[in-house]
Design a binder for this molecule. Structure first.
Ligand SMILES: *Cc1c(COP(=O)(O)O)cnc(C)c1O
Length: 651
């Protein structure tokens, strides 16, 4: 076996990873089984020990009754059918799966979730979840630390994070919070709140920085607290009546005719959850302005131009979104440049929130964190890789701590069960504006006060009832694998390395097949998602290239009508749209593939490409000296030759 070692260099094995997952073969079955049995028994003892004097309500003979037996047999039958049907599931656990953003589940999270399920905590509030609400708030602080946000609840300006059903809802929460904070100073002015240094006009009130907005909110709350109860109720009522949350968008902007409805700026690569978010908020998609990119990374010059135009036209901006790990191409926006553009815009009186959509790439931040929480230098990080991280990627991660809020999906690169998204804001004090019940209650800035406030989680989140088991899974995973490079980082490290190997192999593949097919990695991967554009040699038409990739993809995707085992590999597709790419990138990519841009038309307005998400830590199997990356490219080469052969024999 070792003679066939396909690896260029011998890497030290990281044996921690061995215990992390159930494993591609189910290698850790006894470990998971032991945990499940142990904690199921534990749960049963807990029930029995609640009031041990209460006798069993279900008789010991119940299990022999025909109705009981009939129920059991119906249940078994349905469960068997379900289990049989689930065999058609997508094999996310396998190193042959390099399709979408899914992989095996981390054992600590899976076990914590299963162990918590029978207790069924509801994290809407502590009344229904005395334990897991705290765990959720702690998980938020764990993520805040990973991002470089203040994470000590004894500090006034501590971050706050909570879980959501996914990144979509976390992005929506970011919109809600930014809008609440922007509109609040305008409401204070409208209510004529006394004794406060209020901005001179609606425009400047709507353009306070996040920090100034929070400072004003704090001053207002302190002023309120000093009033008599009657005065307090009077002013609270008056201000509440002017708030956007009370008036709605229509009422609010009608009351402030000098203010235009704000825009949300995002790169063209932004996930479609942003469109959903704007619809949900009632702002409407027209208010989502998509900015051009440079190699699928937000173009800072275009952002600067847009901001200049907005300032000139007095067009408010609610938020600028930067994507950290785009869903389609894995690219990372220059977050540092977005912050710099905002700084420049401040000088022109136009201010807005900066939110990072790191639903995909959030956990890559662990690679940039030392165990003590400090940032690792680019050189320190780079020691583990060939090219990662580029200076731009390092600068983006280094700037995370200066942004206002971030979306992270524990159910993506956190390897946890659905649905676990997370929303984290840098300064928790703005959250009070989202509270369903005006919660101007004072809590000293102490860990106890902080926790007590957020135990009524349902007050602040978009959802109501929600899974406490999911929170337990996130928290326990972050405890077992702390969010720094030495612990959790082992996972993204393995996958970013795999992506570098994959990228190099793709380039060799392009040379090997040069006589048959033009193959191109359209953008050097920023992280662990690698795309591959393909076009049969001699073809210049986009329609034919797309037909070729579509046929290839048919062999790489799930097909519920065929046994799973007929599939050798799973991949996914995405497309390159010239309107998203811009003319320079479009001509570069089309020229390299031998495609004629004139063959683009209304029916074929984009180029299909293969997309590979490399999450599985066993893509390079050191135990057996197998590289699933090599095997994948062998497979791809075989399929392509077959498709080409088929195509020529037909003509
Ligand atoms: C996946 C993803 C989302 C949406 O997250 P869900 O968990 O699917 O709701 C948003 N933004 C980006 C960048 C994503 O990758």
């Amino acid at each position: 076996m070792s003679a066939a070692q396909p690896f260029d260099h011998v890497e030290p094995r990281d044996h921690t990873l061995d215990a992390c997952f159930l494993g591609p073969y189910g290698e850790n079955d006894t470990l998971l089984e032991k945990l499940l049995v142990e904690f199921l028994r534990d749960h049963v003892y807990w029930r029995r020990n609640f009031h041990p004097e209460d006798p069993p309500a279900i008789g010991t003979g119940a299990a022999h009754h025909p109705d009981y037996l009939a129920f059991e047999s119906r249940m078994r039958r349905e469960l068997h059918q379900l289990s049989a049907a689930l065999k058609k599931s997508v094999p996310f656990h396998s190193p042959r799966y390099i399709g979408h953003m899914a992989s095996d589940l981390l054992l600590p999270g899976l076990a914590a979730q299963m162990l918590t399920l029978p207790y069924n905590p509801n994290n809407v509030s502590e009344d229904a979840a005395p334990v897991t609400v705290d765990l959720e708030v702690q998980a938020g602080l764990q993520l805040a630390r990973m991002l470089g946000y203040p994470h000590d609840p004894a500090q006034e300006a501590c971050a706050f994070g909570h879980l959501t059903s996914g990144g979509t809802l976390a992005n929506y929460q970011a919109l809600r919070l930014a809008l609440a904070l922007k509109a609040f100073p305008v409401a204070l002015r409208a209510a004529g709140a006394p004794e406060l240094a209020l901005p001179a006009d609606d425009w400047s009130a709507f353009n306070l920085s996040t920090a100034d907005g929070i400072a004003l909110l704090e001053t207002w709350q302190h002023w309120l607290a000093a009033q008599t109860p009657a005065q307090r109720a009077h002013w609270l009522h008056r201000v509440e009546n002017e708030r956007i949350e009370q008036l709605g968008l229509v009422g609010f902007f009608a009351a402030h005719p000098s203010l235009r409805v704000p825009l949300v700026l995002a790169p063209v690569t932004a996930h479609y959850s942003w469109s959903k978010g704007l619809k949900l908020l009632g702002l409407g998609r027209d208010q989502l302005e998509l900015l051009p990119t440079d190699g699928m990374r937000l173009n800072p010059a275009a952002l600067a131009d847009t901001l200049e135009r907005c300032a000139r036209e007095r067009q408010p901006v609610l938020m600028c979104v930067a994507v950290l790990g785009g869903t389609e191409y894995g690219t990372i926006d220059p977050i540092d440049a977005v912050l710099a553009a905002r700084q420049a815009s401040r000088g022109r009186g136009l201010d807005f929130a900066v939110h990072v959509d790191a639903a995909w790439g959030g956990y890559l931040a662990t690679l940039f964190r030392n165990e003590d929480g400090s940032l690792r230098t680019r050189e320190e990080v780079a020691a583990d890789y060939v090219q990662f991280p580029t200076p731009a990627v390092h600068a983006a991660f280094a700037a995370l701590g200066e942004t206002d809020s971030v979306t992270v999906d524990p159910h993506k690169l956190g390897y946890l069960p659905y649905g676990s998204g997370a929303f984290i804001c840098r300064d928790h004090r703005a959250m009070t504006l989202l509270a369903e019940r005006a919660d101007y209650v004072f809590h000293a800035a102490t860990p106890a006060g902080y926790l007590a406030r957020y135990r009524s989680l349902g007050q602040f989140i978009p959802e109501g009832s929600k899974s406490g088991a999911a929170a337990a899974a996130v928290y326990v995973t972050h405890r077992v694998l702390p969010l720094d490079h030495a612990h959790f980082g082992a996972l993204p490290r393995a996958t970013v390395r795999a992506a570098e190997t994959f990228h190099a192999r793709a380039q060799r593949f392009a040379l090997e097949l040069a006589d048959d097919v033009h193959a191109l990695v359209p953008f050097a991967p920023d992280s662990n998602l690698v795309c591959l554009a393909l076009n049969p040699c001699g073809n210049t038409s986009v329609a034919a290239a797309n037909a070729f990739v579509r046929e290839l993809h048919d062999t790489l995707r799930c097909d519920p009508h065929q046994p799973l085992q007929t599939k050798e590999f799973f991949g996914s597709v995405t497309s390159l749209r010239p309107d998203m790419l811009g003319p320079v990138q479009t001509s570069r990519i089309f020229a390299a593939l031998g495609l004629d841009t004139a063959s683009l038309g209304p029916d074929e307005d984009r180029l299909l490409i293969l997309r590979h998400t490399l999450m599985n830590p066993y893509l390079i199997d050191h135990e057996n000296g197998i590289s699933y990356i090599d095997r994948y490219f062998d497979f791809l080469g075989r399929r392509m030759r077959m498709l080409r052969g088929g195509a020529t024999s037909q003509t």
